[in-house]
Unconditional design. Sequence first.
Length: 245
Amino acid sequence: MFKLYLKERMHETKLFRWNLNVDLLAAVATLLLMWASYYGLFNLYKSNTLAQFFIFIILTNILLNVMFPVWWVTRYKKRPLSDLGISKKLIIPSIFICVALAIWKGVQLPELIQGVDWLPQLIMSALIFFEPFFVFGWLQIRFEKSFGIIPAIILAASSFIIYQIGSAPTNDVIAMFPEYLLLATAFGVTNNVIAVWPIYWCVGSTVNQLRLGMHSDWDTVAAYIFAIIIQFGYIYYIYKKSNNK
């Protein structure tokens, strides 16, 4: 089944192609807006909790990163949710890939959690659905439709760096580029977001954030519980509406 799917993937999508379209324009526009929001979060309103919640969580994580891509693909372009990496296809291989990535990254975790209140960070990382969905399900698939599989992997990995410019230490972000390439490749194999979330993201995001000296508290966990309920609620609404046609 896996070999058959890969054969179908290669038949439907080329390794390289050139097809500029409005989807690509929408993807690039949202990436630039994501950068602006990240920059504001870490440079302009870092100490303003209310601004962080409204601008970054509601406007960016909920609306820009999840709801807009879902609306664009399913309502505007009339495409299924699978065009965003939300699919039952290859669910088992995707889980195995996600677990393998989590084990690979998890060996770094014990040294980082010494003397740190790590539980809220771990839970919060598992709730970060918006990031892998936005970069892989939204951006990478749009890049693939315009440029092919290989450029899409490189561009998706580069997107992580682009929206963190001016927010995180440049050298640290660039040093993570090989890891971003690995994740984009893992997603590209199955085109299923389960290949990177939630198992890997829970571990990987925790490791990366602790290495950068970032820590989350229970208030942040509560905010992201709220966010993921809205995100999943909208996706489920679209799913039910599509199936009732």
